[in-house]
Design a protein around this ligand. Structure first.
Ligand SMILES: [Zn+2]
Ligand SMILES: [Zn+2]
Length: 476
């Protein structure tokens, strides 16, 4: 079919898409508290004629909307949760919180979800018009930032029956995402001791704080003996009371343990568990642990990535007005420029030359071009719950420009730009790319066969869900 039909359908839905992303920006709801956001999505999906399942997998803010009855079934993934401490006036090049200590969309999930929904609406139009044969399923995936909502959905059996899943993320480049991310496991360790007067009766006290500190020291020594691509981070959730003259009877430390894949992360976690037990033994305290969440490593799918690249290049790129460029420049001036854009630019001389020319040596305020596709085994040390989907069905994703070049992640600058026409243009472009790529999968089963072949090899180990049945999502 003609891509123009889908592009036009996105343009026709423009107001729905941008009004929605602006509303979600304003709600700025944290992980698993996205009640208003989820309701807004479900209302639109129902109005558009999708079959909507609210509270999917027993998660109050997860949902899906499907349209069509035929094969193949293509999933489009949307996110919509915000981040704490990032409240910011929209459209300002100065850091001015709207609400002191409030939340904001520093990761652009207001745009992510609305752009993805725009693609689903365009595909629905094409299916309803008899131009496409297949089913589109829009997944409302809550709590990406706070608790990896997709992992809970994956544990509950979602995504497995899809023929493929596609998504995108707001960013500073128009670029297919390749390579892999680390798997991650979050576990909270609670130490319990005995309170006592720190000077008068120290012999009667058992310090939970000592235990937590010794655990952290133990983990520092572990670092030398970890596999490559593993990492461990921690934070104190409870360091006991505020009085130094008390032997602290409680302490709680939150650990994030990452590995190249779930198997390696779980193996490393067993060693961290042993260190926690050792620390409790050393201090005559007790320790319990509770897993908070987990994500799998990401499996790339070069067949789908090539498809996304083709449609990133085919869809009309946004053009920017002088006013938009001036604003972008004033935002860019608020953080130090960090060289040429793109994750892999430094690694590939040919890519570096292309990007240097296109970005005017990294001085352009907006990267108004598509990065060439360079498939490789690039490993990102961070984690994403898209990884869990990628173990269940062939999955691919890209970034589209919604922010100035080299914009830092999770920043007030991204919140400030999240309601601008620059961001709107980016989410509409992303919607067109997603819609056209999904349409090609429906029309050309050969691409899906090839994508599945590759998936069968990369995912041969099978999905090892990083969370057990007892794990419940943390709210907030
Ligand atoms: Zn984020
Ligand atoms: Zn994000």
């Amino acid at each position: 079919m003609d891509n123009q039909f889908l592009y036009d359908a996105v343009e026709a839905a423009q107001k729905t898409i941008t009004d929605l992303s602006d509303a979600i920006w304003t709600y700025a709801e944290l992980s698993m508290e996205e009640y208003k956001s989820a309701a807004a999505y479900c209302d639109i999906l129902e109005k558009e004629g999708f079959q909507v399942k609210r509270q999917l997998c027993g998660l109050p803010t997860a949902f899906s909307g499907s349209f069509g009855t035929e094969k193949p079934v293509i999933g489009i993934l949307g996110e919509f949760d915000a981040l704490s401490g990032l409240s910011q006036q929209p459209g300002s090049a100065q850091h001015i919180p709207l609400v002191e200590g409030g939340c904001g969309h520093g990761c652009g999930h207001n745009l992510l979800g609305a752009g993805a929904l725009g693609a689903a609406i365009a595909l629905k139009q094409a299916i309803a018009a008899g131009k496409l044969h297949g089913t589109v399923v829009f997944y409302g995936c809550p709590g990406e930032e706070g608790c990896a909502g997709k992992t809970f959905m994956a544990r509950d059996g979602q995504f497995r029956d899809l023929d493929a899943a596609l998504t995108w993320h707001p960013g500073s480049t128009n670029e297919v995402t390749t390579g892999s991310n680390a798997a991650s496991l979050q576990v909270a360790y609670t130490f319990t001791g005995i309170a006592a007067h720190a000077a008068g009766d120290p012999q009667d006290g058992r310090s939970a704080l000592d235990a937590a500190e010794l655990m952290n020291v133990g983990v520092q020594f572990l670092r030398e003996h970890m596999e490559k691509k593993c990492s461990v981070h921690y934070s104190f959730l409870d360091a006991g009371g505020v009085s130094p003259n008390v032997v602290q009877p409680t302490a709680k430390v939150l650990y994030m343990v990452r590995g190249e894949n779930v198997r390696k992360a779980k193996a490393l976690l067993r060693r961290v568990d042993n260190i926690a037990r050792g620390a409790a033994l050393m201090t005559d305290t007790s320790v319990t642990s509770c897993q908070i969440d987990g994500t799998s490593s990401t499996l790339s799918n070069t067949v789908l990535e090539e498809l996304l690249q083709k449609h990133l290049e085919a869809a009309p790129l946004p053009a920017y007005t002088q006013e938009e460029l001036d604003f972008a420049r004033s935002v860019k001036a608020t953080y130090p420029a960090s060289g040429l854009p793109g994750h892999k630019t430094a690694d590939y001389p040919k890519l570096r030359a292309f990007v240097a020319e296109k970005s005017e040596n990294g001085t352009k305020a907006i990267n108004d071009f598509v990065m060439p596709y360079v498939p490789d085994n690039h490993f990102e040390p961070g984690s994403t719950d898209v990884g869990d989907v990628s173990w269940l069905t062939p999955t691919a994703q890209f970034t589209a420009v919604t922010w100035t070049s080299n914009s830092p992640g999770h920043s007030w600058q991204n919140v400030s730009m999240g309601k601008t026409t620059i961001a709107h243009k980016g989410e509409l472009y992303a919607a067109k790319v997603l819609a056209a790529a999904a349409a090609e999968l429906m029309e050309n089963p050969g691409v899906l066969v090839q994508a599945r072949k590759e998936f069968d090899i990369t995912a041969a180990e099978g999905y090892d869900c990083p969370i057990g049945p007892e794990v419940v999502p943390v709210v907030g």
